[in-house]
Design a protein around this ligand. Structure first.
Ligand SMILES: C[S@@+](CC[C@H](N)C(=O)[O-])C[C@H]1O[C@@H](n2cnc3c(N)ncnc32)[C@H](O)[C@@H]1O
Length: 989
């Protein structure tokens, strides 16, 4: 028997198997009495085997398919479709046997070549066959699975309707239920009758309904629990009966599978759902609100995913599913863990990988942390002193970016488990976010750096954030074109990733507009003829420009006292009235630095002057320009040599002043005032130096004289050092000065002092300073030269000249100078100073002529009667006589001929100390520190050369000096013995 069965089971598929052989075997089959299921199964296998052979490339028959079909007139290559048709015909011939056997049905439908309609037909027929006992193969499920693989949801649902959802099936299920119900009732009744034997009839009468009810009640409860679909994508709508749930349980199970499949294959799974829907919703409330608690994204909100183009088909299928679920009393529901993920996502940002549909989000987080804990080698191995990771984000399956507080950013490739790139930021890194294009980090000092992922070696942008305090978080906009920043004080700033230039421009203009509005809100009256313009392109920051022609003496704006910041108008004394006297007792500088620091640093954004600070270099990084000499490095300062400005920078006195301010602030006992940073103090001091005004208290505006060091206290001054918004927006230029600040009762008015044409800049004056001093105080230079430019000749150079060029010895010269200093004291005349100005007008300060005249005459006297070895007392006597004679000489409008020669030589000596200067500097060079140094040197050199021309050297004031021979003066002086004490008349007698 076994032998016959084996024979039957390989009747068709035995070797050799080809089309001719199979056809012969089928013909042979006609003679069989009864066709067994094994034979049908074998035929199916053989037929499919031939189809498979067709698909395989063949070694020997490398001919094209049409030729192959007729090779040697043999039917060696019958198309699969023909074979499949033949198989179908064969099955139909033996339909009854086929459809009653799941194995045959499965063999037919599982082949890739099987036609769906035929599969459908055969499965449906198989399903409708009455079955006794357990089915070994669920052909419906097999076909459903196959259809799902092809994403053929319509046929899936069609098959479901025709099988598990069909009325016949449901009725059969109901029948089954009834049978169970009947069976149970009989069983309970039988048990009750048995009980009857032991208890009284009356008791049975009461007990029977109770027993029946409790049995059915328990059964119902169990069924309900069993069919309440936990953890599935679809669930029964409320109030769906247990009977319905029971009869439709396969339908529900398959709908669940189909939807999960659809979501995963259409990339509509939960991860993508977040990115499409949730970000538009302010709360999570939309989930679980009603029974249709999961919405599929609409066409417009569907995410555009790189590899899964969204298409209308997806939309239609989604709609179709919704309708089908409704029909079946089913809901598409959110899963608990997804809700958790959603919370997690909202709190931590997206891009956390959603690996499996039922993955625990907590685990995902853990996994990432694990990445750092379990793979430290990969992450830190190329760093000697690794700092712990403070942020981490996966921007793609191939790239995880992690950062450390020390400013390191590392790029980790999870595929190879290695850090593939890393770089460092200049300071501590507090906040981070990344998109597929940009990495944005928040650093110390409110700096933000944005890196383009394609070029990570240098930041794409570095900028100051809009926030003052330490950043806590950064979140990139979903659109990727900007980010939101938060800081520890609870502020949030929104910023755009536009190009640096665009963003700076926007920031700059926004700040100016806010400032102008603030001025108007504070009753600052501004003429319509002026406007604040952006002149950064020419290195002048903000500036006031005429937008209409302006006549002389026109008011350009009027500032009420309320907008000034000074010792009497500030929040510090308003909030701490007890400090008022203390502050007024301070010198001007100390007082203003303190009140300014309080407004800027302690009050911060709560200060009334915030919009003003936002346009000052201290608050506007785009207008950040602290080029005053105190900010220059030693090397930069060296470029200013031989200008004597290098000796007057005043770094040490600035430090001392700031230390004093610090001590005073500490004595105030204000906690928030104790942590002033040195760099902020420097900025405040530099700001006051270049932006403050000295406002006269009684008699009008008194422009700042040199009060940097010894100013009296505020209370006893005739002026008060003040910050004047808008007035300090005006730049200055000694050549183009066209407006001045004038006191007008309680207000200050900026008034034009000459006609100003439309488009011209309005220039105030910062007093008449040469370029070197303008640079020291204000950090800029006038490229065409200041009208007040001068070069300088030092006392040391004059001494050196006389020692090297005359008979005077160095010690003698020193004695002469010390005696002259005494005379200077006695006579209250100042002619021995550290350096002498030589103006660009060609004039020199007269004191220089006078000193040189004295030394010239003394040298001539020394030629005749050397006095080097005389006692100091004797020298003093002689030098006093020379002083007197020279004084008389210059008073009579005369100088000696040798003085003229010596003065030219001294000037030449000074000029020779300057390097050769290349005259040509382009616009951008002019704005660099190097360029400005050169301008300073050029300005000084020009002044010295003008003087050396001699045209105005001896026209000092109203006097045009004439020259006499030196001998004449010397003879006159030496008429007496000048270095020995003249005997008194009494003694003579
Ligand atoms: C009182 S503020 C004038 C307003 C300033 N431009 C601004 O944007 O805030 C003085 C500062 O302006 C700049 N400044 C003034 N006059 C200038 C000029 N003629 N050329 C270049 N910069 C000038 C210097 O940086 C100086 O420290």
């Amino acid at each position: 028997m076994l032998c016959i069965r084996r024979l039957y089971s390989t009747f068709f598929s035995k070797k050799p198997l080809n089309y001719e052989a199979l056809a012969l075997r089928v013909a042979e089959l006609r003679s069989f009495e009864r066709i067994s299921r094994d034979l049908i199964l074998d035929y199916t296998k053989a037929n499919r085997k031939l189809q498979r052979i067709n698909r395989e490339p063949r070694g020997q028959f490398k001919v094209n398919p049409t030729e192959r079909a007729n090779f040697l007139n043999l039917k060696v290559n019958i198309p699969s479709a023909t074979l499949e048709d033949e198989l179908w015909d064969f099955l139909k011939e033996h339909w009854e046997v086929c459809v009653s056997d799941e194995e045959i049905v499965a063999a037919f439908i599982l082949n890739p070549n099987a036609d769906i309609a035929r599969s459908f037909q055969i499965v449906k027929a198989n399903f409708s066959m009455p079955h006794s006992g357990l089915k070994l193969l669920d052909t419906v499920s097999l076909l459903l699975r196959k259809l799902l693989k092809k994403n053929d949801y319509h046929n899936c649902i069609g098959l479901l309707d025709a099988t598990y959802g069909s009325a016949g099936y449901k009725n059969s299920q109901k029948g089954l239920l009834k049978q169970h119900f009947g069976g149970c009732t009989i069983l309970i009744s039988a048990l009750s009758i048995v009980q009857f034997c032991f208890i009284s009839m009356a008791l049975l009468y009461y007990l029977l309904p109770f027993t029946i009810l409790s049995v059915y009640g328990t059964a119902y409860g169990l069924l309900k629990v069993y069919f309440s679909s936990h953890g599935e994508r679809v669930s029964w709508r409320p109030h769906t009966s247990v009977i319905h749930r029971y009869t439709h349980r396969h339908e529900q199970a398959w709908m669940n599978r189909m939807i999960t499949h659809f979501e995963e294959h259409s990339e509509l799974n939960f991860k993508n759902y977040h990115t499409s829907e949730v970000r538009h919703k302010p709360t999570l409330g939309i989930f679980g609100q009603d029974e249709y608690d999961m919405f599929l994204p609409s066409t417009t909100s569907l995410p555009v995913l790189a590899n899964h183009a969204r298409n209308e088909h997806t939309e239609l299928v989604a709609k179709y599913f919704r309708e089908e679920l409704q029909k079946r009393r089913l809901n598409w529901k959110i899963l608990k863990e997804e809700q958790t993920l959603l919370d997690f996502w909202l709190a931590h940002g997206e891009n956390y990988e959603w690996v499996e549909p039922d993955q625990d989000p907590g685990e995902m987080q853990f996994d990432y942390e694990n990445t750092r804990m379990t793979s430290p080698l990969a992450i830190v191995k190329d760093h000697d002193t690794p700092s712990p990771i403070n942020h981490l984000k996966a921007v793609s399956p191939n790239l995880i970016i992690c950062t450390s507080i020390d400013g390191t950013i590392r790029y980790f490739d999870p595929r190879i488990n290695r850090v593939v790139d890393s770089h460092s930021c200049p300071s501590k890194l507090f906040a981070f976010d990344a998109t597929s294009q940009f990495v944005t980090v928040g650093l110390a000092d409110s700096q933000v750096q944005i890196f383009d992922l394609r070029r990570r070696d240098a930041p794409w942008q570095s900028r100051a954030s809009g926030l003052r305090y330490q950043m806590t978080n950064i979140r990139s906009f979903p659109s990727g074109d900007g980010f939101a920043l938060s800081s520890i004080d609870g502020r949030v700033s929104m910023e755009y990733n536009d190009t640096l230039e665009e963003s700076q421009k926007r920031n700059f203009t926004d700040k100016t507009e806010t400032f102008v509005q603030w001025l108007k809100d504070n009753k600052v009256d501004i003429s319509d003829k002026v406007e604040i313009k952006d002149l950064r392109s020419v290195g002048q920051g903000r500036a006031l420009v005429a937008i209409e022609d302006i006549a002389s003496d026109e008011d350009l704006f009027k500032l009420p006292q309320e907008v000034f910041i000074n010792a009497t108008n500030n929040s510090l004394i308003k909030e701490y009235p007890d400090l008022k006297d203390k502050i007024l007792d301070l010198p001007q500088w100390e007082a203003l630095i303190l009140v300014l620091m309080y407004e800027w640093q302690v009050k911060g954004k709560d200060s009334k002057w915030t919009p003003y600070f936002d346009i000052l270099p201290i608050g506007d990084s785009e207008n950040y320009k602290f080029d005053q000499l105190v900010f220059w490095s030693e090397e930069e300062i060296d470029r200013l040599k031989p200008s004597y400005i290098v000796k007057r920078i005043g770094k040490a006195s600035a430090e001392a002043l700031l230390q004093k301010v610090r001590d005073i602030a500490a004595s105030f006992g204000i906690k928030t005032f104790e942590n002033m940073s040195q760099s902020d103090l420097h900025k405040a001091a530099a700001l006051i130096m270049s932006y403050s005004f000295d406002v006269q208290i009684e008699n009008g505006h008194d422009q700042d004289e040199d009060d940097e060091t010894d100013s009296p206290d505020v209370k006893n001054s005739s002026y008060i050092k003040s910050m004047l918004p808008l007035a300090d927006t005006l730049n200055a230029n000694t050549n183009h000065h066209n407006a001045s600040l004038i006191q007008d009762n309680d207000s200050l008015v900026m008034r034009s002092i000459k006609p100003i044409e439309k488009g011209q800049q309005i220039y105030n004056t910062y007093s008449d300073h040469p370029n070197a001093e303008i640079l020291r105080r204000y950090g800029y230079v006038e490229p065409e030269g200041s009208t007040a430019d001068f070069g300088e000749v030092s006392l040391d150079l004059i001494k050196k000249y006389f020692v090297e060029s005359t008979s005077l010895l160095a010690t003698n010269v020193e004695d002469i100078i010390s005696i002259l200093l005494e005379i200077q004291e006695e006579e209250d005349e100042e002619f021995v100073v550290d350096s002498f100005d030589c103006y660009v007008s060609g004039e020199v300060i007269f004191e220089m002529c006078f000193l040189a005249q004295l030394l010239t005459v003394l040298a001539k006297i020394n030629d005749r009667t050397p006095f080097n070895d005389e006692s100091l007392e004797n020298k003093g006597r002689g030098i006093r006589r020379v002083f007197k004679k020279c004084y008389q000489l210059v008073e009579s409008g005369k100088l000696t001929e040798s003085l003229k020669v010596n003065l030219f030589k001294i000037l030449d000596l000074r000029i020779s100390e300057y390097p050769e200067l290349d005259e040509t500097l382009n616009e951008s060079q002019l704005q660099t520190r190097e360029g400005m140094s050169r301008i300073v040197l050029q300005s000084e050199l020009k002044a010295l050369r003008e003087c050396a021309k001699g045209e105005k050297l001896f026209c000092i004031g109203d006097t045009n000096y004439t020259f006499i021979p030196d001998e004449k003066l010397v003879n006159n002086i030496l008429k007496k013995s000048i270095f020995s004490e003249a005997p008194s008349k009494k003694q003579k007698v």
